[in-house]
Every structure is written in structure tokens, then in C-alpha cells.
Ligand binder design. Structure first.
Ligand code: NAP
Length: 289
């Protein structure tokens, strides 16, 4: 069997085109485009690239963006003050604090200071709670993108066995919550899980988010399963590998995402979709800024 490739690039393009239509409609209605403020602290080169990619995609979709670049030694109080200003700024619909923050800063406190209504990353504790309660809120971008890819594969999670490798707050836990909300039977695995290959073999939907290059091999996969590879691992030779050994896995899986070109492009697309969602949400409830 040869798996059908889930084309994340193409699906992300379609999401961004929809965002552009929604942004134009909102701009006409509100008299301004949806706005995304990005806060970056320090000189992490990867963060700089991520932020500039996000801003470029925003611009292409008709979403206004602002970058607030603060020095590495910014005190916590100053960062909180900036977030508060952005919380109150009427033209800002979404606020994203680029992670990781320098070690001297308290990441949890900063994320909790973002207004939940503008929390386009979905990391505020209130939105985390909403996600597990199954009520509407802001959903983290990578997990939201993964669900979009599963949907495009034509697979309904309802009644299926889903296995998620990884329990991080950014990927593993929220994608497990979304699969559960979509009525899958969900198992979350981590570094202490015993007999990981046997657990994976039970999966109709397997999400690999461990950050371990080519951890998942073909013999771990149930024939016909949907395999979503979230991993982005830089190898010593400079190339990027996913968490799934694509060559062996694609001979067994029914559907599979490539790396690159799978989950990666979806993350930014869903960030823009969340910004439009936040703008709509705020426009319908003008009292709560
Ligand atoms: P993370 O915070 O490092 O979490 C990794 C998780 O995997 C942890 O829960 C860890 O278990 C588990 N794990 C590690 N090795 C394992 C093993 N051998 N067997 C079973 N479980 C194992 O990583 P993350 O932020 O969730 O990201 C995961 C991967 O996705 C990374 O490669 C990252 O670069 C990528 N990523 C991609 C995107 C995108 O847009 N494409 C976005 C975010 C992340 P413990 O909890 O027990 O330590």
C-alpha cells in the first residue's frame, strides 16, 4: 500500500485565501483591517524568522500586523505593561507573544496577562480550560491545523482510536483535547510510555509530536491509518526530519503528512484564521475590549 499524501501546503493556501476574503469583509464592515500584534523579546534567530514569516503571511491576507521587538534584558513589569497596552488597543484583535521568552522572564505570567479574547495562540489558561470543557474559545494554531488536515483527509475521528505521541501544552495536550471533542478515543503517550510501538499500532489516527527524528517506523503503524507528523528536527547535516520515518511509514499508512509541507504551513494559516475569529468576536461584543 502507498499512502495518500496530505498536502499541507495546498490546504494552508486554501485557509489563507479564505482568511483574505474574511479579512476584506471585516475591513469593509469595521472600517479597518483585522490587526495582529506580535511581541518578541531578545535576539533568538529562529524567533526572528518565525515572526517575519507570520507578518509576511498576515500582510498577504490583508491582516495588519505590528511587531514589538524588546531587548533581551526587558524586565517582566515592562513586558506586562506592553501586553496591557495591547489588550486595551482597539485596533489590535490578536496578540501573540513569541516563545520561548528569555529565561529570566516568567512565561506563564505573561501568557496569562494576554486578554483571553485576543489570545490568538490559545495559550491563556482560560482558553485551555474552554478547550477541555468543549466550549468555544481560541484554539492553539498547530493543533487546529492538524484537525484541519485530518478533516481534509476525509477521515471523521468519531469512534476512531487516536494516539498522540507527546504531551506538551502547545501540541500534544491540545490536539488530544480536539480529537476527544471530535469523539475519538484518545491515548496520550510520552517518554515514559511502555511499549510505544504496540500502542501506536492500535491507532486509526496517529499524531507524532515528540521532537525525535524518525521515531515512528512503518512497523508501528496500523495499515491504512492516518499519520500526522508534527516533528521538525534539524539533523547534523542541516536537513529537516520529521518524527516519522516517511519511507517505511508511507508504505503502510492510508494517509500521511510530509515534512516539510505538512503540518508546518498550517500553523501560520491557523494563526491568521484565529486573528479573523478574534476580530469577529470582538466586533460582536464591543463592550469587552
Ligand atoms: P516538547 O515540548 O519537547 O514535547 C515533546 C513531547 O514528546 C514530550 O511530552 C515528551 O515526553 C515526548 N517524547 C519525547 N521523546 C519521546 C519518546 N522517545 N517517546 C515518546 N514520547 C516522547 O515538543 P513540542 O513543542 O510539543 O514539539 C514536538 C515536535 O513538534 C518538535 O519537533 C517541534 O519542533 C514540532 N513542532 C512543530 C510545529 C509546526 O508548526 N510544524 C509546531 C510546534 C512544534 P515527556 O513529557 O515525558 O518529556
Amino acid at each position: 500500500m502507498t499512502a495518500t499524501i496530505i498536502d499541507g501546503k495546498g490546504i494552508a493556501r486554501a485557509v489563507r485565501e479564505q482568511v483574505a476574503r474574511d479579512a476584506a469583509e471585516l475591513a469593509a464592515r469595521l472600517g479597518r483591517p483585522p490587526g495582529l500584534a506580535v511581541v518578541r523579546v531578545g535576539e533568538d534567530p529562529a524567533s526572528k524568522i518565525y515572526v517575519s514569516n507570520k507578518r509576511r503571511a498576515a500582510q498577504q491576507a490583508g491582516v495588519q500586523s505590528w511587531e514589538h521587538a524588546l531587548p533581551e534584558d526587558t524586565p517582566q513589569a515592562e513586558l506586562l505593561e506592553l501586553v496591557q497596552k495591547l489588550n486595551e488597543a482597539p485596533e489590535v484583535d490578536g496578540i501573540l507573544v513569541q516563545l520561548p521568552l528569555p529565561p529570566a522572564l516568567d512565561e506563564a505570567e505573561v501568557l496569562a496577562s494576554v486578554s483571553p479574547d485576543k489570545d490568538v495562540d490559545g495559550f491563556h489558561p482560560l482558553n485551555v480550560g474552554r478547550l477541555w470543557e468543549g466550549v468555544p474559545g481560541m484554539v492553539p494554531c498547530t493543533p487546529a491545523g492538524i484537525m484541519e488536515l485530518v478533516r481534509h483527509a476525509g477521515i471523521s475521528p468519531e469512534g476512531k482510536r487516536a494516539v498522540v505521541i507527546g504531551r506538551s501544552n502547545i501540541v500534544g495536550k491540545p490536539v488530544a483535547a480536539l480529537l476527544l471533542a471530535a469523539h475519538a478515543t484518545v491515548t496520550i503517550c510520552h517518554s515514559r510510555t511502555r511499549e510505544l510501538p504496540a500502542v501506536c499500532r492500535e491507532a486509526d489516527i496517529l499524531v507524532a509530536a515528540a521532537g525525535r527524528p524518525r521515531l515512528v517506523r512503518g512497523e508501528w503503524i496500523r495499515p491504512g491509518a492516518v499519520v500526522i507528523d508534527v516533528g521538525v528536527n534539524r539533523l547534523p547535516d542541516g536537513t529537516i526530519a520529521g518524527d516519522v520515518d516517511f519511507e517505511s511509514a508511507s508504505r503502510v499508512a492510508g494517509h500521511i503528512t510530509p515534512v516539510p509541507g505538512g503540518v508546518g504551513p498550517m500553523t501560520i494559516a491557523m494563526l491568521l484564521a484565529n486573528t479573523v475569529k478574534a476580530a469577529r468576536w470582538r466586533a460582536s461584543r464591543p463592550v469587552r475590549q
